[in-house]
Design a protein around this ligand. Structure first.
Ligand SMILES: [Cu+2]
Length: 155
């Protein structure tokens, strides 16, 4: 009996996880944004933060991410990590092109949306709403859960 209960709980847990995964993807036209997450602020006075997600272009034509907005910060922009002589610095990326059928993943080692002028420090468990605007697909609102300070994916 006890074992059955545990198995049932596991089955229900899996179902909930599957539903969350579906809800976690947002799309506009042929562009799908999934697996979004942010990292919690390391200190209560942090003024910057980072958001990550995966973009897939399911369409037959190239598209471009041209604008990022959120109420959580005064400014949001795309940054790319550039390594030169062992030193990693961040470079602003004006627009991110996504080829047909291409998937682009923003991750802590490659690229991120930099939030500047945070209105409040990001706390684990909170959610941010980030609006991404694509040249062809239009705007998509993305729910971004805040994970650990060192999160490397949605938790
Ligand atoms: Cu940055």
């Amino acid at each position: 009996m006890r074992r059955l209960v545990i198995e049932l709980a596991a089955a229900i847990g899996l179902t909930v996880a599957a539903v969350v995964a579906v809800v976690n993807a947002a799309h506009a036209g042929d562009v799908i944004v999934s697996d979004a997450f942010a990292r919690a602020s390391p200190t209560p006075v942090a003024k910057t933060g980072a958001v990550y997600f995966t973009i897939r272009n399911d369409g037959a034509v190239a598209d471009k991410l041209t604008a990022i907005e959120t109420d959580a910060a005064q400014m949001a922009m795309l940054h790319e990590n550039v390594e030169k002589n062992g030193v990693v610095s961040m470079r602003h990326v004006d627009a991110l092109a996504i080829a047909p059928k291409e998937t682009v993943t923003l991750s802590p080692k490659k690229m991120h949306v930099m939030l500047m002028g945070l209105r409040a420090p990001l706390k684990k468990g909170e959610h941010l709403l980030v609006t991404l605007t694509f040249e062809k697909a239009g705007s998509v609102k993305v729910d971004v859960p805040v994970g650990d300070v060192a999160a490397s994916g949605p938790q």
